[in-house]
Design a binder for this molecule. Sequence first.
Ligand code: PLP
Length: 402
Amino acid sequence: MTENERREILKAGKPEVDLAGEPSLGSIVGDEEVEAAVRTIRGSMNPEVGFRTGGSEGEPFEAELAEFFGTAHAVTVNSAGAGLDLAMRALNLEPGDEVICPSINFKAAPMAIVGHGGTWVPCEVDPRTLQADPADVERRITPRTRAILPVHMNGLSAPMDELLAIARRHPHPKHGPLKVIGDAARACGGGYKGARIGKHGWMTVFSFQTQKNMTTLGEGGAITTDDPEAADTLRKLRFFGGHDGWGSSCLMTNVQAAVGRVQLRRLDAMVNARRRIAAERSRMLAEAAELTLPYEPPDCRHSFYLYTILVPKAWAGDGRDRLCAMLREDYRVNTVIANPPVHSTVPFLRAHVGDVHLPVSEEVGARLFCPPIHPAMSDHDNRYICAAILDAAARLRDELGA
Ligand SMILES: *Cc1c(COP(=O)(O)O)cnc(C)c1O
């Protein structure tokens, strides 16, 4: 885009939709979802039926999820947070047992590790992909390591084959190969080596919270697995332990499942729309040589839950913050920092890990920012966002004399 084109786009007006950096609704919800919800509520009004999961919609939803992800089982839950809790509970961690999980992350997965008696061992990410760095993961393995918990950060797949190979190379003395559990809360509908994200590893946890790639009325989640014993354990844990153990209640309602079935049918189209917007955006932003744009490895299908940009090292911290402030104040473009390293920014987790340093994560956390992306974003709004970023970056370049 020439400087003149940029000026014209900015003059033509700010975005039609004032989206947050991470929009409050991440999917497209229409009449079909409304009708599915109303139909299921009507069906639940009968005292012999009620709203129970496993009613008319719960079992078909789980079957359709398993078919979509290509796994033997899918177990729905009321949130990904609860799903991560159940996955960690299923490990039966003993005090001192370690789980390796990236620090460039939302805090949910590290919280689940700590909440179920484990020791969180934070690891570095590859700055190019924001995914767990296999070499760094391998260096952090000890005889107490039980599991690796990669997050499919911002919609792209973690390097699962490398992580699974590491898990096999370093078996736990009692429990055998390390378990690899994916947090795919942001990556529903993404792909990896010709399969869906959710196929590789012992378990994969998805979120259907309102901001995610698909939603079940604002909250919800699912766990996929090919291991029948794991599926059985998860089903017991999500409803008070079955007959023989501890459990809680983490069920999704029948109405949510009905809406989830419609959203799942829309998911590929919504991810395709995100990918088209991201590709257009990358084409337009390519001329800002100092910005590092999202990288999609050839064997991955990014779902672009977020579109993550890195500013140059010289702009880390203050320069990045200045750029985001300019975007908000001068162009009305919101951004989100998703996410700074949680080992140093979340007090509870910082107290847990103590004084550790992760130089790569700390630097990446000071360089990244995400402008809004949404499957229904208009080309006009996408062009405006790009023009604003190009203009603000050019101004910052002048300010900093770089
Ligand atoms: C949103 C999110 C979660 C939590 O999902 P909920 O369904 O809201 O519990 C966990 N991990 C990551 C990476 C997330 O983005």
